[in-house]
Design a protein around this ligand. Structure first.
Ligand SMILES: Cc1cc2nc3c(=O)[nH]c(=O)nc-3n(C[C@H](O)[C@H](O)[C@H](O)COP(=O)(O)OP(=O)(O)OC[C@H]3O[C@@H](n4cnc5c(N)ncnc54)[C@H](O)[C@@H]3O)c2cc1C
Length: 395
């Protein structure tokens, strides 16, 4: 058994009670099926509805709209940790994208009428959410997007193409980041909501990836899609600002998933090396292995301390963009490092699909890329540091 239990008062009894129910859900509804979802390259809609029915989705949605009314970020962390124990990363990413990344836009920007229309389904899993920023020609540099919408009476006509969109095939509601005024600089972008059956909206390819096989990452195409005034999110012209405001939570969500996945990989590895023998002793008793185990456990536990602090800051509304970027940079790079080293300790079995470590290795790789690459995280952190030294003050 591993000794990874340094939760030090971070989780309360309520979180642990919630964990017990999530664990039961994972054992009953996810574990028997998630490898089939990987084969089929799609999580079925029934799995979304099961999450909704079991309090796994929509926790932050106010009760009057059918949710759990619980915005504490420690609860989604529990979900990520429990799904990581069985390596269900594809399913985890889809759920976390819905709740941690897309839902905040709806909770904070919707009109009352929009909330009544969308929040109950988002909480129950009947409405699958996605957010479409990236395009074939623009990812890190979001101001370079080409998707655009032009005025049409009281609404907008949207044209453009998006790619790499998580939940892209299943999505019923897509928040599309589009240019609405080419002459307005950073105030020329808006968020438009496109729904499943809107004429002119179609899905392109379900993309063939090297990991997260069960995730329906897709291309989306918008050809003269009419977006009525009821499907504009927040104010026209504020799209880029809305994205920037919500990126800290997105980054912390990915960091928390990275931590959970790395922790699970370390546990599987410890269990394995103390079961496997070589040269007449347990592999875990070889000093070289013990040194590896020591470093791996240390990496995870030190990371947990930062992520837990960041989670509490998010709960208080004080998490800064630079802090969230540090969490994402460190935790996802740590995940890739740790998972790679864990796989090595499995020897040849590490390369076999029958062990979850191989899949965890493949699934980890994208974590330093999406949600802002590690280079972009460094740019943000570096800019924050430089900002403390105004140029004219150093003369
Ligand atoms: C599986 C998956 C799921 C995704 N899900 C979504 C989703 O749901 N919605 C969505 O909108 N997008 C999604 N993305 C897109 C993702 O966010 C982008 O791929 C990512 O932001 C990088 O953009 P890019 O691919 O265009 O790379 P580019 O921006 O072209 O970057 C290429 C390289 O240049 C580097 N680079 C770029 N700018 C700088 C800089 N200023 N300084 C230093 N280096 C730099 C990058 O770090 C990278 O190494 C997903 C991607 C994947 C792979």
């Amino acid at each position: 058994m591993s000794s990874l239990n340094l939760r030090g008062g971070f989780y309360t009894e309520d979180h642990e009670a919630y964990r017990a129910s999530v664990r039961e859900f994972v054992r009953r509804e996810v574990e028997p099926h998630h490898l089939d979802w990987e084969e089929e390259r799609l999580v079925p809609r029934s799995a979304w509805e099961a999450a909704g029915a079991n309090g796994i989705l929509g926790l932050a949605v106010p009760e009057e709209y059918g949710g759990g009314g619980e915005p504490d970020f420690r609860y989604p962390m529990v979900v990520a940790e429990e799904l990581a124990t069985i390596g269900a990363s594809s399913y985890c990413l889809g759920l976390r994208l819905q709740d941690d990344i897309v839902l905040p836009y709806l909770l904070e920007l919707c009109t009352e009428e929009q909330k009544r229309r969308w929040l109950p389904g988002a909480a129950s899993g009947e409405i699958v959410l996605a957010i479409a920023m990236t395009e074939p020609g623009a990812g890190s540099d979001l101001q370079g997007i080409r998707a655009n919408a032009v005025r049409d009476g009281d609404g907008w006509i949207l044209n453009g193409q998006k790619t790499f969109i998580t939940n892209g095939i299943n999505a019923d509601l897509v928040i599309v980041f589009a240019r609405t005024d080419p002459d307005a600089g950073s105030r020329g972008y808006s968020l438009l909501v496109v729904e499943r059956d809107d004429p002119g909206f179609s899905r392109g390819r379900k993309l063939d990836k090297i990991g997260l096989a069960g995730q329906d990452t897709a291309e989306l195409v918008f050809e003269d899609v009419r977006v009525g005034p009821d499907n504009v999110l927040g104010e026209i012209g504020q799209g880029l600002i809305y994205l920037m405001q919500r990126l800290p939570k997105e980054r912390l969500s990915l960091a928390a998933q990275a931590l959970a996945a790395a922790e699970a990989a370390v546990r599987w590895t410890q269990d394995y090396v103390f079961d496997r023998t070589a040269f007449g002793q347990r592999v875990g008793d070889l000093q070289a292995t013990r040194f590896e185990l020591a470093e791996l456990e240390t990496e995870v536990e030190i990371t947990r301390a930062y992520i837990q602090n960041a989670a509490l800051a998010l709960n208080d509304g004080t998490l800064t963009t630079a802090e969230a970027s540090k969490a994402k940079l460190w935790a996802t790079e740590m995940q890739v490092r740790v998972t790679t080293r864990c796989l090595q300790l499995f020897g040849g079995y590490g390369y076999m699909n029958e062990y979850p470590i191989g899949r965890a290795f493949r699934d980890s790789r994208v974590q330093t890329i999406y949600g802002g690459t590690s280079q972009v995280m460094k740019e943000i952190i570096g800019r924050d540091i430089a900002g403390r030294y105004p140029k004219d003050a150093t003369r």
